[in-house]
Write a protein that binds this ligand. Structure first.
Ligand code: CTP
Ligand code: MG
Ligand code: K
Length: 181
């Protein structure tokens, strides 16, 4: 596969993992998952990880994956690249895995003395990628191996932080997010 095709496949395959966090920013809030409880001196997760954000984010990601599956063939023909469809377990794995990765990062941030909203460069940009890929690989190793080849994974690791910084910067500028990371 040439580089452009590799980038297109990487972006397409990761879209169901990219949108959940943004959907949570737009539509989240309400009751925190940790119920306000502490572990030691600090919150288990903090007020930034809510039930609504997690459920709605996962739902939006799964919905997008199913929509992409419907149009993978015509879009793939138009751009002359074979694009993946998303079996339901994979759709769920990518979307929910992204949310779990982000929640895991908040757990680590609280354990390392960082308050809600504090930056943790590197972790902030890749937490959801690790969660999404791990859960997708766990639910359907064959699908994962077919689409997430070495070059596709390399593109994901390089491009995701750039996209993350870009979308969060826009969300901050539009006053949708409290910090630009
Ligand atoms: N959000 C949510 N539920 C989630 C993830 C995010 O409701 N599972 C919403 C919250 O309103 C959160 C916002 O999206 O404040 C931004 O997400 P994020 O930057 O991940 O959270 P922070 O508030 O920065 O908290 P943390 O330091 O724990 O990452
Ligand atoms: Mg944040
Ligand atoms: K985060």
């Amino acid at each position: 596969m040439d580089l452009v095709s590799t980038v297109v496949v990487a972006f397409w395959a990761m879209l169901p993992a990219y949108v959940p966090n943004n959907a949570a920013v737009l539509l989240g809030g309400g009751r925190p998952i940790d119920g306000g409880r502490n572990l030691g001196e600090r919150r288990i997760l903090g007020d930034g990880k809510t039930w609504r954000g997690t459920i709605v984010g996962t739902g939006v990601g799964v919905g997008l994956a199913l929509l992409l599956s419907e149009v993978a063939t015509p879009v793939g023909e138009a751009v002359n690249v074979a694009l993946p469809t998303f079996p339901l377990p994979v759709a769920f794995g990518l979307a929910f895995g992204a949310m779990v990765g982000d929640i895991g990062a908040s757990f680590l941030k609280r354990r390392t003395g960082r308050d809600r909203g504090a930056a943790f460069p590197g972790l902030d940009q890749l937490d959801f990628v690790v969660g999404a890929l791990a859960l997708a690989a766990a639910v359907d190793p064959a699908w994962f191996g077919e689409w997430f080849t070495g070059p596709v994974l390399a593109v994901v690791v390089v491009v995701t932080p750039l996209l993350h910084v870009g979308t969060n910067g826009v969300a901050y500028a539009l006053d949708l997010k409290e910090e630009p990371w």
